[in-house]
Every structure is written in structure tokens, then in C-alpha cells.
Design a protein. Structure first.
Length: 311
């Protein structure tokens, strides 16, 4: 059981949180960022409730985390004293693992079309990288990408799969949003990415870790949250009082300023480990720059605990 209120904040991956409403515990409100997040947290704090905010990104929207941190910084000192920002629900490495697990449930003779709402050019480009990893260590010959509201869209994605000789296509969501079926005769839904009990388990883990850090270290997560989008895109903010500048298309270690770890094709759960094989103590993949830093883990078993009530 957790103190106070848990608030989920959604971005373009969840249509501002709307796509999450059937997956979250009814006691967990899901709001878009900005004013609605500020009002929800302020209201809970006015009732004397501590609040934990969880950015519901699956790893393709680091700006959601930074924006949530900036919103919480605008709270009064008294309200901030009882508010924590959790680590994001997932990272790109988690997403690869979850997609690999979902792909494993699809017959090998079908094509996979990985779908997600279009974001910025860097988030969209990263989706192609993620899909390539799903194909590399899976059993499906064809794994294509479609961007909801972008190019190629799901209808074009299905046409591409059909042009490659595939008879049937499964739309595999890499987001909370699932697209309309563009061609019912030749394709079907493969989502949602995670069932409600798995979502509840991951959410519980993020909230527990946030309060543990707060209680042990006095860390409210805001400083870490502000840096979440550092290195994402051509220009970015360093938060209040910071400076904006151009880093070029990407830092040397990758589009998010980190380096990547190869997925072990012999691990059926999609786990990602470092050469040393270490696991981050909280089960989260840590963002880092050093080659000898702790490992990234996209462990699928980690997201399947039994549902625990949130409070």
C-alpha cells in the first residue's frame, strides 16, 4: 500500500492518457501534462495527500518526463514537499522486451506491423530501431513499422507487408494507442501491448521505488526528471535557468545520449544485459554513459507480478 494518491501522466503514446483508462486501476487518475497535471496534484495536496506522479511513457517520449518535472516545480514549496516524480513507466529497452514477448505469441507465418502514434522525428526513427531488434531476435520474416498519424501509416504498412508476399499481418502496438484495422481481410490487432495486471504491477514498482528513494535519500525525482530529455532531438532545454543549444542529431552514444546493449538471442524473455551481466538494483534500465556502467534490463518477467491495489 502506498500513501496518498498516484497520478499517471500521459503523452502522445497514450493520446494524452485517454488510451490508458481501461488499463489502470480506477483509483489511478490519468491526465495529460501541464495544467491538468498541476491542478490534479494541487487538489490532492490541498486535501493533505502525498502524491506520486508516474510518467506513462514506454520509452519514446522523454519530453513527457521533463515536462512533468517542470510542472511539479511550479507547485508551492509546501505542495512540493509531499510530491514525488517516479521513474518513467518504461524505457526503450523495456519496450523491446515487451514487444518481443508479444511477438512470440504470434504465429511465425504472419507478418508483424509495429505501430505507434507519430512523435518527433527522433522518436519515430527510434521506433524503426526497436522494430529491427524485434525482428533480429524473433522468428518472423517480416517486421514493418507504421506511424499513426504519420508516414507510413498503418494502411500503407499493411500494403508493404502484402507487397513482400505476406498473407496476413498482425498489428503490434508499441504504444498505449492501438490503431484502427485498415484491412480486416488481411490484418488483425495484436494488442494491447500489456494486459491490465501487468500494467498494475509495473506501476506499483515505480511508485514503491519513488517513495523508497524519497524516504531514504530525500529525493523527490524532479532533478532527475528535468534531465530526462537531455540529448533528445536537435535542441533541448536544461530546465529553469538553463540554456538551450544544439548538440547535432545525437550524442556519440546514441539518440538519447546513452549507449545500447545487444539483445541476447538466446534469452527468450527479451532480457538485455551488459557484458558484465549486472542488473540494476531496482529492476530499471539505468541511463548512463560509461561502458562499464550498470546494465540495461528489459526483463519481461519483471512486468508480470500479480495485481496489487494502489492507494
Amino acid at each position: 500500500m502506498f500513501p496518498g494518491e498516484v497520478v499517471a501522466v500521459g503523452g502522445h503514446e497514450s493520446d494524452g492518457g485517454r488510451a490508458l483508462r481501461g488499463l489502470l486501476d480506477p483509483r489511478v487518475p490519468c491526465v495529460p501534462g501541464g495544467r491538468e497535471l498541476f491542478r490534479r496534484v494541487s487538489s490532492a495536496r490541498a486535501r493533505g495527500e502525498p502524491v506520486c506522479v508516474v510518467p506513462m511513457t514506454l520509452g519514446r517520449d522523454p519530453d513527457l518526463v521533463a515536462d512533468a518535472a517542470r510542472t511539479l516545480l511550479a507547485l508551492s514549496p509546501a505542495d512540493r514537499a509531499g510530491t514525488v516524480l517516479a521513474e518513467p513507466f518504461g524505457t526503450a529497452d523495456h519496450l523491446v522486451g515487451w514487444l518481443r514477448a508479444a511477438a512470440a505469441r504470434v504465429a511465425g507465418g504472419k507478418a508483424l506491423l509495429v505501430t505507434a502514434p507519430s512523435g518527433d522525428p527522433f522518436a519515430d526513427a527510434d521506433l524503426f530501431r526497436i522494430a529491427r531488434l524485434v525482428r533480429q531476435y524473433g522468428r518472423h520474416r517480416t517486421v514493418e513499422v507504421a506511424l499513426i498519424g504519420g508516414d507510413p501509416d498503418p494502411a500503407e504498412g499493411v500494403r508493404r507487408c502484402r507487397a513482400l508476399g505476406e498473407r496476413h499481418v498482425v498489428l503490434l502496438p508499441a504504444a498505449w494507442v492501438t490503431p484502427e484495422i485498415p484491412d480486416p481481410a488481411h490484418c488483425e490487432q495484436g494488442g494491447p501491448l500489456l494486459p491490465a495486471p501487468a500494467v498494475a504491477g509495473v506501476l506499483d514498482d515505480r511508485v514503491r521505488a519513488a517513495w523508497d528513494r524519497h524516504d531514504a535519500l530525500g529525493d523527490d525525482g524532479l532533478s532527475r526528471g528535468l534531465s530526462a530529455a537531455h540529448g533528445h532531438g536537435l535542441a533541448h532545454s536544461h530546465g529553469p535557468g538553463g540554456h538551450d543549444h544544439d548538440h547535432g542529431p545525437a550524442h556519440p552514444d546514441g539518440p538519447h545520449g546513452t549507449h545500447t546493449h545487444a539483445h541476447d538471442p538466446h534469452r527468450p524473455d527479451g532480457e538485455v544485459t551488459s557484458p558484465q551481466g549486472h542488473r540494476a538494483p531496482d529492476g530499471l534500465p539505468h541511463t548512463h554513459h560509461r561502458a562499464d556502467a550498470p546494465a540495461l534490463r528489459g526483463a519481461v518477467p519483471h512486468v508480470l507480478p500479480s495485481h496489487r491495489s494502489l492507494r
